[in-house]
Design a protein around this ligand. Structure first.
Ligand code: DLL
Length: 439
């Protein structure tokens, strides 16, 4: 099944290099089946399709999918826990859930077949980033209800790697095991990878000089400057990988070694990009909200799931030879967008400006508050060295001007001492919103 070609290693070459026309034919066939499966087995889909006046048979071409209604996170919550399952509960062999900040968790389920596909797609994603059979994969994604730990675990085993199921936390021990076991691959959120890098430096361990070569990072937005920081501090090639529990978990899309966008595994997922306001399809290549339809999921088929993630599709051919469309790295989520005095800003844009700024460490926390009628943004970050207060105030002024000149927003910058801000153990909390809801 796998192949080592002149220009790289492909886990499923016949699929990853499938000509676009054949890929579209496969997608159409699978899409018809998934619509029929959802309509026949999930009362919620049946009611929504009926209300929209569409039937699975109305789909003749891929474009006809635009006539079908969207599904959103609250549909999962409203049908808590198993109401959207399309198979009898005893055919569901795994359940994951994401806690969310409010209300009931979002519950997702997998049949044996779904788990098999997931492991294959994770293996494909890992192989795309340069991971090879036999590599030691240090897996620092959290194990448990979060899909990161087990998703990477089974994918790395499928690729015939040696997996170290470390999970998050206990950072000092992580550094020791990475060196002792000769890990070639670190799988973690980018913010936790940074925490590991920092811990190694404190311990006097040179991870950049160790056998570590590849980082497979995702589960949260991160910027190109953060990538450069992680490449440098860990001596790796840091690759981006995307996924979400509602659709499967990690392994939905991944960068290849060229790092120019994330290949979407189009034989299992159909990606659309819509205008988040009008919900109309955006012209190909334009930025908007990503909407995903699963093409093969049995336990929990998702038809036009609004992810809230902001990205765009990239059609230009990739040097790796994979034919599957790419998405640009996710800028952030719709709901994370801050509007500071009329300017739209994502946390990752602040990160891009802050990381690598001379004298500043790559840690930050953004706080939004209300000053009178206006929104106010406070950027807390850390000085790289233990400067005195005067030097820190000066550095804060410089950074504030830099943010204003690059992003165009005015903000307050507080320069903390090294180590003062909380460190991430998984998905980093980047924004605190202290504004009272209006009305
Ligand atoms: O975060 C699955 C995952 C685990 C992906 C490990 C990659 C690596 P959820 O907890 O359901 O699932 O969160 C999904 O996280 O809608 C995005 O907003 C965000 N996200 C995931 N990957 C990326 C990424 C996992 N590479 C939500 N860049 C998604 C930016 C990401 N945001």
């Amino acid at each position: 099944m796998t192949a080592l070609t002149a220009d790289g290693y492909l886990y499923a070459p016949e699929i990853e290099r499938m000509p676009s026309a054949a890929l579209r034919t496969l997608q159409l066939e699978r899409l018809k089946a998934v619509l029929a499966h959802a309509y026949a087995n999930v009362p919620h889909y049946r009611a929504r399709f009926d209300a929209a006046g569409v039937r699975p048979d109305d789909l003749g071409r891929l474009e006809d999918l635009a006539r079908f209604p969207f599904i959103v996170k609250s549909d999962l919550r409203d049908n808590y826990p198993f109401g959207l399952f399309a198979v009898p509960r005893d055919k569901v062999v795994r359940i994951h859930a994401s806690s969310g900040t409010t209300g009931k968790p979002t519950v997702v389920g997998y049949t044996e077949g779904d788990l098999d596909v997931w492991a294959n797609l994770m293996a494909r994603s890992l192989a795309a980033t340069g991971v090879r059979p036999g590599d030691v994969v240090h897996n620092a994604y959290g194990y448990g209800l979060f899909t990161g730990g087990l998703g990477f675990h089974y994918g790395a085993e499928r690729l015939k790697c040696s997996v170290v199921p470390m999970s998050g936390g206990n950072t000092e021990k992580q550094v020791g095991l990475i060196t002792d076991f000769g890990a070639r691959v670190l799988a973690a959120t980018p913010s936790y990878a940074l925490n590991i890098a920092e811990m190694a430096e404190t311990m006097g361990v040179d991870l950049a000089g160790s056998g570590l070569k590849i980082g497979v990072f995702g589960a949260e937005p991160w910027s190109e400057t953060m990538r450069a920081e992680l490449d440098h501090r860990l001596g790796i090639r840091a690759c981006d990988t995307y996924g979400l529990s509602e659709i499967m978990g990690p392994g939905v899309a991944a960068e290849c070694e060229h790092r120019c966008g994330l290949h979407v595994w189009e034989d299992h997922f159909l990606f659309e990009v819509v205008d988040p306001e009008t919900l109309q399809p955006r012209p190909r290549g334009e930025t908007g909200e990503l909407v995903i339809t699963t093409l093969t999921k049995q336990a929990l088929p998702m038809v036009r799931y609004r992810t809230r993630d902001i990205t765009r599709l990239i059609d230009e051919p990739c040097a790796c030879g994979r034919t599957h469309v790419r998405i640009q790295r996710i800028t952030g989520r719709n709901d994370d967008m801050m509007i500071i005095r009329g300017v739209n800003v994502y946390p990752s844009q602040i990160e891009a400006v802050l990381v690598g700024f001379p004298g500043v460490a790559p840690h930050y926390l953004l706080t939004l508050s209300r000053q009178g009628a206006l929104d106010h943004l406070t950027v807390e970050t850390e000085a790289a060295a233990s400067e005195d207060e005067g030097a820190r105030i000066h550095l804060a002024h410089q950074l504030r001007h830099h943010i204003k000149s690059i992003i165009g927003v005015s903000c307050e910058v507080i320069m903390r001492l090294p180590g003062e801000l909380p460190r991430s153990m998984g998905k980093a909390i980047r924004v605190r919103d202290l504004r009272k809801p209006v009305g």
